[in-house]
Design a protein around this ligand. Structure first.
Ligand code: GDP
Ligand code: MN
Length: 383
């Protein structure tokens, strides 16, 4: 789950990471009240989960209430790269001497945490990686050992952080690592992490992504969930406990297992199609799950064909087939289904589908994943 900047900053503050005082508002009056509280000058910041807000006009400095009113009025409701601004974060403005970059992520291949640190912050880190890769220090951290202050200090030195900021940056790295691990983040990023003219350092931006698998030990995350931005399809999927992510293509996808679902997206892409979604129906692909899955996919008006890709292991082919037949009786599908059914009891499953009397243009069975993908894509592309 991705947090908005203001939530990320509140999360940071719990772990001792310094941020500017401020408050969130969803009205112009609320923004002025937040500004009075934070103390002028302030910066009014659009809360959308996309970078480059400054360039898009979503970040403005204000010296008094009139300016806050003016900027908040413009920013609230603004569209930034397809995201509508519903809230602004208003914080006391900082003087900036230098902008740095710091983040922690998990490097799955290395089975270690990864610190990325650069003295060239403020711009997109991808750009720094391209133009000046040597400016980014990467440090792997053994999760058992953690990050010591000495190692953080060394990393700051290696990244050529200004001498006066090294102590403060190292201290922040240790705290940010604490937030990342104890706070169960997939990503904890500060860009920019600033050095002020007075020699202090603090987080001027916050990008936090929480690991949903750890939600059970974080009841406090409920408040973040309340503002989570899901599209209508994703909201519908969530009410059915489906592992669904909306995409913008035309081939609806249902697969059992996250790995197979991802491969399915790849194959659809490979043969010239675009997936409308990711949907892992899991191990229990019974009629209820299948009906729910088809319902969500049918709700998406861009879907022109539905590719069901099942490889039965524990999931049995005849159960899946029964599920599809029953679900097709319940949901009036706008697009045809192309199915590849393989694995445990696939033969019986295909027989059940053949015997169900579903018109041949509504349900097409193909023996392999590739053939099924080609057929689904051909239909979606109107061939
Ligand atoms: P992003 O571009 O969407 O990542 O938004 P950021 O929060 O990173 O802000 C973008 C830029 O706005 C920063 O790199 C700063 O240069 C500038 N900025 C943000 N807050 C302040 C502030 O308090 N004072 C000053 N002077 N500039 C700020
Ligand atoms: Mn930023």
């Amino acid at each position: 789950m991705d947090l908005f900047e203001y939530q990320g900053k509140q999360y940071f503050a719990r772990y001792g990471i310094p941020v500017s005082p401020g408050d969130v508002a969803d009205t112009v009056d609320g923004a002025v009240a937040a500004a009075e509280q934070a103390g002028y000058p302030v910066v009014v910041k659009a809360q959308v989960q996309v970078g480059g807000r400054g360039k898009a006009g979503g970040i403005k400095l204000a010296d008094n209430a009139d300016e806050v009113r003016h900027h908040a009025g413009n920013i609230l409701g603004m569209d930034i790269k397809g995201h509508t601004v519903k809230r602004v974060w208003v914080e006391h403005a900082s003087d900036i001497a230098k902008e740095y970059y710091a983040s922690f992520t998990l490097d799955r291949a290395a089975k270690q945490h990864l610190l990325m640190l650069s003295a060239e912050g403020g711009v997109e880190i991808e750009q720094v990686a391209k133009d000046n890769p040597d400016a980014i220090v990467m440090l792997h951290i053994d999760p058992v050992d953690g990050l010591s202050l000495a190692a953080a200090t060394q990393a700051a030195t290696d990244a050529r952080i200004d001498a006066e900021a090294i102590g403060g940056v190292a201290d922040m790295l240790v705290k940010l690592y604490g937030c990342f691990t104890k706070g169960d983040c997939d990503l904890a990023e500060i860009n920019p992490l600033i050095l002020r003219p007075d020699g202090g350092v603090h987080a001027l931006d916050a990008k936090v992504s929480l690991d949903n698998n750890a939600a059970f030990r974080h009841p406090e995350w409920d408040e973040f969930r309340a503002t989570e931005e899901l599209d209508e399809r994703e909201q519908l999927a969530r009410t059915h406990d489906l592992q669904y992510i909306g995409l913008d293509g035309t081939v609806g996808i249902i697969a059992n297992g996250a790995g197979l679902a991802m491969s399915t997206l790849d194959v659809v892409n490979q043969v010239g199609g675009k997936a409308a979604n990711f949907l892992d129906i899991g191990g229990g692909a019974n009629a209820d799950m299948m009906a729910a899955a088809l319902g969500v996919i049918n709700f998406d008006e861009n879907v022109k064909s539905i590719f069901i890709n099942i490889f039965g292991g524990i999931t049995r082919g005849e159960e899946v087939a029964k599920g599809i037949v029953e679900a097709m009786g319940r949901v009036d599908l706008r697009a045809p289904i192309v199915i590849r059914l393989d694995g445990t009891n696939a033969e019986q499953g295909r027989q059940i589908l053949a015997d169900a009397g579903i018109p041949a243009d509504k349900l097409i069975s193909k023996p392999t994943m590739l053939e099924a993908a080609k057929t689904a894509v051909a239909i979606a592309n109107g061939h």
